[in-house]
Design a protein around this ligand. Structure first.
Ligand code: CA
Ligand code: CA
Ligand code: CA
Ligand code: CA
Length: 461
């Protein structure tokens, strides 16, 4: 725990915003129950998963690590190659690492550090994408200049080497930039968005590269409301026509809603912002995860407190980020889903994806879709009393979903958190997450005794 405490302090002091990776809070014991009414099972064989495997290659549970969900894409695929990113503190400070499998997840090579600084600064929250040539693109939050910025690197040799890291936010000064999300299409159109405090309150800013990451456009603001409310935690997607889609948490009505906008000109201008969630109350909706179907169908999942009674602090403060983590685990959030078949003008009725009785917490969703229109969503789920990874699949572009399946195969009370999911062309699912199963003290819930955690991987059969 000592190293973790040091890192936490570094982030809070140096970057004006804390990480979410706090020790697990005790959760209520809640048993699994029957399928919910919202999900309509389709007749496919039940999802099963192969044995979970640890892919971080430091000594088990020896350091703290963190994968990310929603816009922080932690996993990407190119053919049989799988790429996973996270941060861990094995060097004594937080760095971004990549693990690669060239055989569809059967084996992984050694972990490779992505950031090229020689400082002790914090590198945090990576988001990864791969183009149609197999080039790898990664963006992350970086403290090497003494405040939080967004940095980027590319690899054209399958992750053996990375380009010199470049800064993507083009403001001068020490404003906070955080929560980056990266998306790329097969042609190498790369978009990166983040939360940006250059104007005071957080806005969503974006930059786009039309030359496979060599150069990036001037930063543009995505949200279209006046400069008085916060916007945070964006999730990006780019389709094959070059359209760029952004979803984010939006506080323009004081509580957080999910908003979406689309750009048809490479990120220069965006459509009027539209609200996605259809509840009428003031319950927060957070952590959007966006994916675009093969014909431009807009698919979104997020964590939703409409069945709960919590309020969330505004984003972008150390206290806010820590409270967000606690609230996500202790409240009764659910994972909701909506889709738009008209380019984001209108959205379907919101659908609850978790099928447990409605009093356990679900948080940190990750949504993906493959070219055949298979949709998968994974999230962190407390229905069994501690954090587990659950997943659900849809074979009809999100019209109906199969029943929820647990992904992690440990039998103890360890916490599994922050999943990221990718789908192969055949519909096989690949997931990574953060896992405390090797931490001897994780079941005691004692922060003082905590050792560390690991990155785990599973693929479906
Ligand atoms: Ca570092
Ligand atoms: Ca900055
Ligand atoms: Ca719930
Ligand atoms: Ca667990």
């Amino acid at each position: 725990m000592k190293l973790k405490t040091i890192i936490l302090g570094l982030v809070v002091i140096g970057m004006a915003s804390g990480p979410t990776g706090l020790p697990a809070a005790p959760a209520d014991g809640v048993s699994a129950g029957p399928a919910g009414v919202e999900s309509v099972p389709v007749s496919v064989p039940p999802l099963t998963f192969e044995q979970n495997r640890r892919i971080s290659d430091y000594e088990a549970a020896h350091y703290w690590t963190h994968t990310f969900s929603s816009g922080g894409h932690s996993m990407a695929m190119f053919g049989d190659s799988l790429y996973a990113v996270w941060y861990d503190v094995r060097s004594g400070n937080a760095d971004v690492y990549l693990a690669k499998s060239m055989d569809g997840g059967r084996t992984f090579g050694p972990n490779k550090r992505v950031n090229d600084d020689a400082t002790t600064a914090v590198q945090y929250k990576p988001s990864i994408g791969v183009d149609g040539q197999g080039a790898i693109y990664i963006a992350w939050r970086d403290g090497r200049k003494g405040n939080a910025d967004i940095f980027f690197a590319k690899s054209i040799d399958g992750g053996k080497t990375f380009s010199r890291n470049i800064q993507l936010n083009d403001d001068r000064g020490v404003a906070y930039q955080g929560n980056p999300t990266l998306a790329v299409n097969s042609k190498g159109l790369v978009a990166v968005a983040w939360s940006d405090a250059r104007n005071g309150k957080d806005d969503i800013y974006i930059t786009v590269s039309k030359d496979q990451g060599r150069t990036f456009s001037t930063n543009r603001r995505v949200n279209d409301d006046p400069e008085t409310t916060a916007h945070s935690h964006p999730s990006l997607a780019v389709d094959e026509t070059g359209a760029v889609y952004a979803a984010w948490e939006d506080f323009r009505k004081d509580h957080s809603d999910i908003y979406l906008a689309r750009s048809l000109d490479g990120g220069a201008t965006f459509s009027p912002n539209r609200r996605v969630n259809d509840d009428t109350g003031s319950a927060p909706q957070i952590s959007p995860s966006l994916a675009i179907g093969p014909s431009g169908q807009i698919l979104l999942a997020w964590a939703d407190f409409r069945n709960s009674a919590v309020t969330l602090p505004p984003p972008h403060s150390a206290a806010g980020e820590e409270q967000r983590w606690e609230v996500s685990r202790l409240g009764n959030a659910d994972i909701y889903f909506a889709r738009s078949l008209d380019g984001g003008t209108t959205f379907s009725s919101n659908l609850r994806l978790n099928d447990d009785p409605a009093d356990a917490a679900q948080a940190f969703p990750s949504l993906t879709v493959n070219p055949q229109g298979v949709v998968a969503a994974a999230w962190e789920d407390f229905r069994n009393g501690d954090g587990d990874i659950y997943m659900v699949k849809s074979l009809d572009l999100g019209r109906t979903f199969d029943s929820n399946r647990r992904v992690n195969d440990d039998s103890g009370k360890a916490d599994q958190s922050h999943p990221s999911v990718a789908l192969g062309a055949g519909g096989k699912a690949y997931l990574i997450w953060t896992d405390t199963r090797n931490n001897r003290f994780s079941s005691r819930g004692s922060a003082e005794d905590d050792e560390g955690d690991d990155v785990y991987f599973a693929r479906s059969n």
